[in-house]
Design a protein around this ligand. Sequence first.
Ligand SMILES: [Zn+2]
Length: 420
Amino acid sequence: MKSRLVALIYALLVAVLFFFRPGPPVAPRGMRPFPCPYSTMLAICSDIDGTTPDEFEAYHKYLNTERDTQMGQGLGLDVGDSFWMYMGGDSGADADSKGRGQDAVMTWFEGVSDTPKNAKLIAYYFKRGWIDAIHSYGDFSRDDTTDTRFSRALAEQAATALSARDVFPTVWINHGNEANTQNFEIGSRVSYRQGARPGTPFYHADITIPAGIKFIWFSDNDKRFGRHNILYPVTLADGRKVWGFRRYTADWSTHGLHMQLCDANLDYCTAIGAPVIVTQHLGGGSTYHPLGTAARQALLGLAARQGRGEILVARTSRLLEYLRVRDHLVFAVSHGQTVDILGVDDPQLGYDPSPTLDMLRGMTFYVQDKDTASIRVGGEPVDEALLVRAGDETGRDTIGIAWFAPDVRNYLWGARDFRH
Ligand SMILES: [Zn+2]
C-alpha cells in the first residue's frame, strides 16, 4: 500500500515536471495557426499584366479604401499588387476598355529604355502597401520567343533604380512565355528560365536576390484552393536559397474571380484552416472596367467573411512572411504563461536572433490564462497595446501579437491627401 502511494506521488511529480518544465524552444507547437479569431488567411495576388495606372487606381480605391468609388462602396481589404520595370513584349492586345495598347501599361521605364515612365507612381504605391511584389523585371513575351529583349544589363539598371527609391520587394513572381529568360527556375529543373543560371547573359540572381527577395513563384500552376504547404524550400542553380510559394491559378482573370471566391472554396479553406494565395490579373484584359458585377459580388462576400472573423485578407508579402516566421519561430513558454520569443530559425534564409515586431505580427500562443499571460521579445515585454488576449473556438486561452491595423486610407495619387 505504502509503495503504491510512493509510486503514485512519483508519477505525479514526473507528470508535473513534464508539463511545467521551461522546456526546449519549439515551434510551432503551442501556437494557434492564425491570429484570433480567424480560421485562415487569404491573399489576392495580382499580376500587373495589361494594367494601366488608371485601372490600377480604380480597382485599388475600390478594394483598399472605404470611399465611394465607380465600382461602389470601397471594401477596405488589404490587397497588394505587383509591378514591372520594362515593357519588352510585342502583344497587340488592348490594355484597357479605351482601346489603349500595351505602351499604356504601368511600367517603371519607357519600353526597355532608361527613361523613367511611371517610376514615381510605382515607388509611391509600393511604400503605401498597394504594391508589394515584382512581377519579374517586365513583360518580355514575344511571338518569336528566341527574340528576347531581356539582358543582365536591364536587371542591373532596374536594381539601381529600385534601390535609389528604397523599393525592395520580398516577393518575385515569374511572368510570361519562353522569351522571359529573366524568370527564375527551381535549381533542379532546367528550362528557358535563366535568371539564376550563372554563365548565361540572363543571370541576375546575384543582383536581385540580395536586394531582398525571399519568396518566388516559379510559374507552377496549382488548382488546390487552400494548402498547408504554400511555402517550400528551393535552392537556385547558383546555390542561393529562397522560399518557393504556391498560388491558386485556376480562373485567374477578373471574369473568373467569382469562381475562385465561390462559397465552396471559401468554406473549404476555412474548414481545414489552410491559407490560400489567389492569383489574379485585376487590371488585365480590356472587357471589364475593371471588375464586373459577379467579381464585385464575390469580393463583397469575402469582405463579409473577414468581418465575421473567418478569413483574414492580407497582402501576399504579409501572408508569406507570416507563414515563414510562424513555422520557424523559436520560443519558450514558462509555466504555460510567459512566452519568450527567441528568434526565427529559417533553414533557407538563416537564423534571425532579433525579429522585429512587424515580423511577429499575428503570432498567437496558447496559454493557461489569457489575462495574466505575457510575451517577451529579446527579453523585453511586448507593449500591452500590441497584445491580443482572446479565447478561441477550442475553448483555450490565447495571447498574441496584434495583426497589422487595417489601413483604408485613400492613397490615390490624384487625391493628394498624402505627400508623394
Ligand atoms: Zn504575368
